[in-house]
Design a binder for this molecule. Structure first.
Ligand code: ASP
Ligand code: MG
Length: 418
């Protein structure tokens, strides 16, 4: 298996690297294309953008819960479907929606062509289920754009260096869109979704949460890694590495959403904290008597994405995504490690670029949670994040208290340009 440790700038063959200013990549999530009426609305939006004069590349997710349904079907047929065949199957969802959008665009009198990831030149490594993009050979897209067509690309998939169909991990259409925006030199990558943007907290928990006007790549990375579901983590990484400006906005309105871009003064000064994120279920493992090098090598070999790591003498506590749990347990078993899983924990994180230069954020965070009677179990930080694990029944209380303590319900929290 050939895995790339990080995603390099997708190569664009030199002859194609023509000036492509005026290109827009527009990505639509599963709820945006959930039924025929919505598909027609997406088509109309793409045509509207084309008529305004820009070259348009549309990337779509599978309709509604189509990917989940295909996955369930696979598991009804086979207890352990082979990863190669699973990718062959679940890549179908995006082909369906992509072809339907192209049909609807034609009905509006504009020429469109749908392409699979493979046809669009998206080349990946060979890790089925979470492949990484190694190259984008965009000549077919360029040709179609030159012919004045709207190009629809099936999200979430590519073709591996071994010529198999691969998928990019759940939520991977975001990464398809960002990779295409980088490879085509697009002005921006618009991510259309069923929420209005990125909020200072989950509005279902905190009704006074504000829609952020702008967040930095680093903040968005931390937020996506700690519970904000609006963007796939890898797509944000890719956007940061290639300077692709993202605009996360609602499919159902014309309101501007949230820009994800380089850090600027408003992020450092207007509001120290960009948001409070949370998860209600975390897989936290406590391991005893294994050297860290051996432990993390085994986890890496099992394709487990380790998140937080805390070591005290011979005890190591780490967390990993829930979906990696079977692999993590297998790896720990194989090592013969003594381990236990901490169940019933959630995680609350506060994220903000301004934290770097303003003392007292940690003090205020922990005083706030203490005052509402919450006891953090483990704490993990980065220069722009303070995260703590806590019993999941306490998550809501802690999120609300912190949102309040950092004034995130105030207009300044939105970080608009003056
Ligand atoms: N359809 C895929 C998923 O459900 C990819 C995506 O929506 O971005 O994960
Ligand atoms: Mg998504």
């Amino acid at each position: 298996m050939m895995e790339t440790a990080y995603e390099t700038l997708p190569e664009v063959e030199p002859a194609e690297a023509k000036a492509s200013a005026g290109t827009l990549v527009m990505k639509f999530g599963g709820t945006s294309v959930a039924d025929p009426e919505k598909i027609r609305r997406v088509a109309a939006r793409l045509v509207g953008a084309r008529r305004s004069g820009v070259r348009v590349v549309g990337v779509v997710s599978a309709m509604g819960y189509h990917t989940d349904e295909l996955l369930a079907l696979a598991h009804e047929v086979s207890p352990r479907p082979k990863p190669r065949e699973l990718d062959m199957l679940i890549s179908v969802g995006e082909r369906v929606s992509c072809a339907l959008v192209a049909m609807a665009i034609a009905d509006l009198g504009t020429d469109a062509i749908s392409l699979t990831g493979s046809q669009a030149g998206i080349v990946t490594d060979t890790v089925h289920g979470k492949a990484k993009i190694v190259e984008v050979k965009a000549h077919r897209i360029h040709t179609a754009l030159d012919e004045d067509r709207i190009v629809l690309v099936a999200g979430f998939q590519g073709v591996s260096t071994a010529f198999d169909i691969t998928t990019l991990g759940r939520g991977g259409s975001d990464t398809t869109a960002v990779a295409l925006a980088a490879a085509l030199g697009a002005d921006a990558c618009e991510i259309y979704t069923d929420v209005d943007g990125v909020f200072t907290a989950d509005p279902r928990l905190v009704p006074e949460a504000r829609k952020l006007h702008a967040v930095s790549y680093e903040e968005m990375l931390e937020m996506a890694a700690s519970g904000a579901k609006v963007l796939q983590l890898r797509s944000v990484e890719f956007a940061r590495n290639h300077g692709v400006k993202l605009h996360v906005r609602s499919t159902f309105t014309d309101e501007p959403g949230t820009w994800v871009r380089e850090e600027d003064a408003r992020m450092l000064e207007k509001a120290l904290i960009s948001g409070v994120t949370h998860t209600v279920e975390e897989a936290v493992y406590e391991v005893e008597g294994v050297r860290p090098a051996d432990l993390f090598e085994a986890l890496a070999a099992a394709e487990v994405n380790v998140d937080t790591i805390i070591q005290m003498d011979s005890r190591i506590v780490f967390s990993a995504p829930l979906e990696d749990r079977p692999h993590a347990e297998e790896a720990l078993g194989r090592l013969g490690a003594r381990f236990s899983e901490q169940l019933g924990l959630g995680k609350v994180s506060i994220v903000g670029a301004g934290m770097k230069s303003h003392p007292g954020v940690a003090a205020r965070t922990f005083a706030t949670v203490r005052d509402v009677g919450v006891e953090p179990k483990f704490v993990a930080t980065s220069p722009i994040k303070i995260a703590f694990y806590l019993p999941h029944d306490d998550v809501e209380k802690a999120v609300r208290a912190l949102h309040d303590a950092f004034d995130l319900g105030s207009p300044e929290a939105e970080r608009r340009h003056a």
